[in-house]
Design a protein around this ligand. Structure first.
Ligand code: ATP
Length: 325
């Protein structure tokens, strides 16, 4: 039986993930969905935002649907999200940004770079080590090449090799792998690339880059599709897979029924493809588009529907499709 761990996390995770969960339940009543509690709320109750038990529970699932986590004010804080990515070795973060005229897949290295977690801090000086390894660069570019082969076969390498030695290594490894693979490739400085993606989105297919650059680039690129409420992501490793919206817990709008659940629904869609139901992802996407076409939109898209109302509208369309099938 397919087992899915559901992690709402914090903030708007409690609002958008239930919508996505309902979509999964509707399309696959036979799946075993179980809740795993991690994050700020958990920290308040137990003093620990994510213990070994929760990591084990996530590892027990075929896939994880994840909301977002608010940073708890812990002494010697270590990011929970980074801990989960490392524990599950989710080395590739795939962030699709697409609309009618363009379809970009941002492939972000997810375990090293500036998010290596190797840090020191004193009152007058703080340092963070930016780590690029051959193993890390090779596996992320190979993942990007694999995706490019299934798509339009163009790879763009984003880096800052004119300044950073770590990116000279990253760029050179990416170029060597791309050359050997036969896909078309080009490379661009990440700052120029960020602007060009906004100006000429149709000229991009797969973009591969290091951790923080990919994080920023995907937020920037979300402007092309209407903002953070719309972009899903997959975190993939050799054994585990976790699906989450690109946005965070958005404390400013949490608990107000204002959050757009599209990114969470699309993340559930990517999860379905991962567990073997690509048609389910198409059904979720069609339902989202049908509801938007009816003029039902959340406030970030200029509408007045709440998270729940938008979610219910999507679920109604999904129900109709499921009945017709
Ligand atoms: P975190 O610290 O968890 O990353 P954050 O508020 O710093 O939270 P995001 O959650 O990524 O960062 O969101 C940035 C802003 O974008 C939010 O403050 C919110 O106004 C808006 N936003 C994010 N997600 C959504 C959404 N699903 N629907 C509507 N607006 C959103």
């Amino acid at each position: 039986m397919t087992r899915i761990a559901i992690v709402e996390g914090d903030g708007i995770g409690h609002e958008v993930i239930p919508v996505a969960r309902s979509a999964l339940e509707l399309l696959h009543p036979e799946y075993d969905l179980f809740t795993v509690d991690v994050g700020y709320g958990m920290w308040e109750r137990t003093g620990c935002p994510c213990a070994d038990k929760e990591i084990r529970e996530m590892k027990d699932a075929d896939a994880i649907l994840f909301g977002a986590i608010t940073t708890p004010p812990m002494k010697d804080y270590q990011s929970v999200v980074l801990r989960i990515r490392k524990a599950l070795d989710l080395y590739a973060n795939l962030r699709p940004v697409k609309d009618g005229g363009f379809d970009i897949m941002i492939v972000r290295e997810n375990t090293e770079g500036l998010y290596s977690g190797i840090e020191e801090s004193s009152p007058d000086r703080a340092t963070t080590l930016r780590v690029v390894t051959r193993t890390g660069a090779e596996r992320i570019v190979r993942m990007a090449i694999k995706l490019a082969r299934q798509r339009r076969k163009l790879l763009t390498i984003g880096h800052k090799a004119n300044v950073l030695k770590s990116d000279v290594l990253f760029r050179d490894i990416c170029i060597a792998e791309a050359k050997a693979s036969g896909v078309s490739y080009n490379d661009k400085f990440i700052d120029a690339l960020s602007l060009d993606v906004l100006q000429h989105p149709a000229s991009y297919d797969v973009v591969v880059t290091t951790n923080i650059f990919g994080d920023i680039l995907s937020d920037v690129a979300s402007y092309l599709v209407g903002g953070l409420g719309l972009v899903p992501s997959a975190n993939i490793g050799e054994r585990y897979a976790l699906f989450e919206p690109v946005h965070g817990s958005a404390p400013d709008i949490a608990g107000k029924n204002l959050a757009n659940p599209i990114a969470a629904l699309r993340s559930a869609g990517m999860l379905l493809t991962h567990v073997g139901d690509a048609e389910g992802e198409d059904q979720i996407e069609s339902a989202i588009r049908a509801v938007l076409a009816q003029g039902i939109k959340t406030r970030d898209l200029g509408g007045s529907a709440g998270t729940r109302e938008f979610g219910e509208a999507v679920l109604r369309v999904l129900e109709q499709t499921a009945r017709r099938a």
